[in-house]
Design a protein around this ligand. Sequence first.
Ligand code: ADP
Ligand code: MG
Length: 375
Amino acid sequence: MTTQSSTPLVTLKLLNKEYGQFTAVNHINLEIEKGEFLTFLGSSGSGKSTTLSMIAGFETPTSGEILLHNNSLIHVPSHKRGIGMVFQHYSLFPHMNVRDNIGFPLDIRKVPKPERDKKVDEILKLVQLSDFADRRPNMLSGGQKQRVAIARALVYEPEILLMDEPLGALDKKLREDLQDELRQIHRRLGITIIYVTHDQDEAMRLSERIAIFKDGEIVGLGSGTELYNTPPNAFVASFLGNSNFLKVRIKSESQAQFEQQLLTLGTQSHRIPDQTDVLLMIRPENIYVLPKEQAAQEPLAADMNEILATVEETVFLGESYTCTLVTQSGQRLMGKAVAREHTDVTAGSEVCVRWSTQHSCVYEQWSEQDIMKAS
Ligand code: ADP
Ligand code: MG
């Protein structure tokens, strides 16, 4: 881990890209530390690839700055940036075998043959393709082709590896295997990886930090845990994982009650004015559903909230079960629990829904669009 005082490896400053009237990347600021695995996550068209292409040097920014070790990259041609790149489509040379495909970047850099062969052998081992070195790409599976592409990008030891949806064309199982391999490669080489995906599971699995893209802007930045547990806004809460949103109005007759309300809404950090409509977010797994009779016997702890609801449906999913609830004001909530707990909650029954104030987030500003499931 780098210390806070060190210069970031890559700095994006007010990076902007316009296509005619259309803003694809909107004044992004971002610092990327040496050795980190950072993922750009966002739905299609949110500006991830455009940002990556500007870092790679395939696209020229309309304005803004890209710094590598504090030096501007804007006028440095792509091949002199020390950056490796892997795309979804393998772009391997069909007439060359695996060994020569991987060796190609060294050949154009005129690396002497013994050194070239040694490096290619090492990297073949790293991506577990030593036994396939003499095959042509058309004799490889999709996963193997993508490993060749990764090896080819790594062989000249770039400082940064950029990957744009590299596993997008592979099926789920293979994708997960390659995700594990990528994590290992990252650990072993200590290389800086900037990765693009629209798949949140993939982003969570791979990355140390995730930058969430929306309409050309970064609207969330942090570890998967941070973004999931304390999303900075309703969009991120909705985008990442499952979430319940409750629209509530802060009401208070007296100051004392007002303070109490702030507490029950889980927001001690700042004051929300009286009569404000706020959005409360609670993850399904943080919702406790109790049959009314049981709730009567379990007093509400000081840091818990409680509302009444009716169970609409319960769905058993093996390791867990989910429960759709409708509150008295007609808002729908989803609860999720480990299957061996709460087995006596049935459709149609009236229940108490409880959650800890520590598990709720409050947003004062949001739009309906933010909380519609985007992906
Ligand atoms: P993502 O990778 O997140 O799916 P992109 O960065 O590829 O998104 O694209 C962001 C937006 O910019 C999209 O709306 C896309 O249509 C637009 N865009 C990308 N490249 C061009 C281009 N060469 N000309 C015009 N619009 C473009
Ligand atoms: Mg893209």
